[in-house]
Design a protein around this ligand. Structure first.
Ligand code: PLP
Length: 380
């Protein structure tokens, strides 16, 4: 099998599983317990908070554990709106956000919020000029993703953060695809809230966090117990939290080497596809791009058909984001970068991970060329 769907999820690293195991079997105490067994869990959660905070240049008190990216996005956006809507309820986001952000904004629109969806250019970069123009006295939140899950484009986050700070507007970024892949400094980029998810960086599924900057007033999302300083109720997923911290530490320790290797293989694969397959188009920015992302469109083919043919050769890939695959409509991200629906439907996303090799890139380039040619021949 050749796995090229690392943006959908990654394999939990063996050392991450190793770090988690004792928290299922030996140290199974509730982190809220006052006895020794509980205290060990509580200490493990505190250590994890410190580890994760250090990867973001943040204070440990700013890390709130959640069930993943979707919950973190929902929490940040809904809670800001709720806290500020007395003062106005305008949110600025982009057209290419993940559905965890877009659907949340749409929900708030039904509750009376006003939302501006920023356009992006043909490479998928948010228009900073349009952002400046969109801001008005009742703007309470700017939410722009760090890097896109489909086309891998990395946004000018520091610039956006500076604009938000100048206007005294809270800034949230969905960093689910960026965290663990590229360096992030929340203070330098004026980020007030940041969402991340462990299963995107070789950690377990069902664990994530929301970073909330000091002084950012944000209400609870989950109501119940006093966990996470009363801001996120629910018995701590200790094993998941420990696994996420082990994965975060590992991701930032190995980042440079891993990113260089992935970017090299990515560019090699892109170059082979462009050279060997006629009428192929690379989607996303050529340079401001996640190291493992390849997104290409092929004229006169259906991306879904290519995926099935690749699967028959043991290759796992995706068309659009994992959460929308199976949908017939062309992806909202590809439409936002101006792709014609016909070309958008012929897109394939291949996302590399730490285990991929050059031999695999060769096999994938050849399998893709064969598949696209076969589909085009049948269509004639
Ligand atoms: N945001 C982005 C950019 C994503 O890519 C994803 C998952 O694909 C999510 C949010 C949702 O994260 P989770 O699967 O942890 O809920």
């Amino acid at each position: 099998m050749i796995y090229l769907d690392n943006a959908a999820t990654t394999r939990t690293a063996p050392e991450v599983v190793e770090a988690m195991l004792p928290y299922f079997t030996e140290h199974y105490g509730n982190a809220g317990g006052i006895y020794r067994l509980g205290c060990e869990s509580k200490r493990a959660v505190a250590r994890a908070r410190e580890t994760i905070a250090s990867t973001l240049m943040a204070e440990p008190g700013g890390i709130y554990f959640t069930s993943g990216g979707t919950e973190s996005d929902n929490w940040a956006i809904k809670a800001v709106y709720e806290a500020c809507c007395g003062k106005g309820g305008h949110i600025v986001t982009s057209r290419i956000e993940h559905h965890a952000v877009l659907r949340t904004c749409e929900y708030l629109e039904r509750k009376g919020a006003r939302v501006t969806y920023l356009d992006v250019d043909e490479d998928g970069i948010v228009s900073v000029e349009q952002l400046k123009k969109a801001i008005c006295p009742d703007t309470v939140l700017i939410s722009v993703m760090y890097a896109n899950n489909e086309i891998g484009t990395i946004q000018p986050i520091r610039e956006i953060g500076e604009i938000a700070a100048e206007h005294g507007i809270l800034f949230h970024t969905d960093a689910v695809q960026a965290y663990g892949q590229i360096p992030i400094d929340v203070k330098d980029c004026h980020i007030d809230m940041l969402s991340a998810s462990a299963h995107k960086f070789y950690g377990p599924k069902g664990a994530g966090f929301l970073y909330i900057g000091t002084g950012t007033k944000l209400g609870s999302f989950m109501h119940g117990g006093q966990q996470e300083r009363g801001r996120r109720a629910g018995t701590e997923n200790v094993a998941g939290i420990v696994g996420m911290a082990a994965a975060a530490e590992r991701a930032y320790r190995t980042m440079e080497e891993r990113a260089q290797k992935e970017a090299r293989l990515r560019d090699y694969l892109i170059e082979r596809i462009m050279r060997e397959i006629p009428d192929a188009k690379l989607n996303g920015h050529a340079v401001k791009r996640l190291p493992g992302n390849v997104n290409v469109s092929f004229a006169s083919v259906e991306g879904e058909t290519v995926l099935i043919m690749l699967d028959m050769e043991g290759i796992c890939a995706s068309s659009g984001s994992a959460c929308t695959s199976g949908a017939i409509d062309p992806s909202h991200v590809l439409r936002a970068i101006g792709l014609m629906p016909e070309l958008a439907r012929g897109s394939v996303r291949l996302t590399l991970g730490e285990e991929n090799t050059k031999e695999e890139m060769d096999a994938v380039a050849e399998a893709l060329a064969r598949s696209v040619q076969k589909i085009r021949e049948i269509a004639i």
